[in-house]
Design a protein around this ligand. Sequence first.
Ligand code: ADP
Length: 459
Amino acid sequence: MFQSSKLKNKIWVYLVLFSIIILLFLWFLQVVFLNIYYELSVTSDLNKVANQIENVEIFELQTKLDNIAFDHGFCIEAFSNNTLVYSSNNLNRGCLGEENLTFYKYKNEFISGDKIQENYRMINNRFNNKTLIKAVKYENYSIFINASLEPLDATTNILASQLILVTVVVLALSLLVSYFISKNISKPIIKLNDMAREISKGNYNIKNDTRSQIEEIDELGDTLNKTALELSKTETLRRELMANVSHDLKTPLTMIKAYSELVRDVTYKDKRKREENLNLIIEETDRLNLLVNDILELSKIQANTEESIIEQFDIDLLIKNVLNKFKILEQEDGYNFVYSGEENVIVKSDQKRLERVIYNLIDNAIKYTGEDKKVIVNLTNLEKSVRVEIRDTGKGINENEIKYIWDKYYKVDKSYSRNFKSTGIGLSIVKNICIKNNINYGVESKKNKGSIFWIEVEK
Ligand code: ADP
């Protein structure tokens, strides 16, 4: 019936329809059906009264009839064998009397008949007047209760003119109410619609912070805010990845391609050289793998796609776990890891991310430590925080370079680190995690003495 139209108009149409239905109902009840309704209610009164008479004791009969005549405005006449023995005329309730021929006819018919109760209806066309009669037999009496129905034309006219006024007022009110409802509902919806349109265009830096007082609409606003936030994170991640991937993967891929072509065209006959080249390809592939993992990890942290999970845990256990992962280097490559720290030191942080920080720092210490292959880890319980130091005995870092090592892809010695599993991203991941999780971090380094990388985590 209604096509898509503005909410404001729709509310108004529904309200007007609703008012019209109520008004029509009132018109039918008060104007069209008033006569029928009036007659039905008087008939029901007569029936009730007749039943009361049947249950009354004989000595109370007259008083009861008087009361009924007085309370209801009915005229009551009682006959015994056609003789009038009671009439409520003395209470000023005019009865039809036997001179009315129709009444006379009904009276004789009822008195001589077998029925205990009967309803009669008399119409006086001349005066547009109706009388309803209830006839009841009680002992040897025949009692007639007359109720004269007043003509309702005047009342109907008054009601009709009042209803016209009510109709005008109700329609005006429904306009007013629909205006206020639409103001409260459609305005915030229009705002949210604008916001959704912006999001669909790729503008995620918008936020809806107006409250509408309507729960569902406010919830929709919050959901849109969340959607915009999530989409903006994904968009940042996409941009980071695009930038990083295109830049960083090129070098190893070029190397892999060059060595592969070398094997195919030149060294394929010479077993020793061929294996040398193939090993280089495998090494580059491993680096590529490492690089992709680091790029993914860093991009995720920078785009904030994963919420931090802050919990309390034992950092001493965490360090021991990380060191355990490098244990094989002690057995196979002669490394020497020295750890000192209290047991049961509880900190409040994101466990997974902190593990990554400690892992990267120990990994670096292993890569860059000196000939003695020694890495020392210290855990110190401070007043409000816990300090973890990772010390190596390597060449250290030049003072003028120290501020760059946290930058992405910065490597102090490019050729040196090529032989290691070096991506230049490890410390950048450490820095980003520390900043996002309020972890203090830093490095102290002395040329040819080694470096101490440290972090301080809140307790
Ligand atoms: P990489 O994968 O190259 O180790 P990082 O971001 O972890 O990348 O480190 C960046 C650079 O900082 C390294 O290439 C190295 O030159 C220097 N560096 C990091 N840790 C140490 C360390 N413990 N001792 C000396 N130099 C270090």
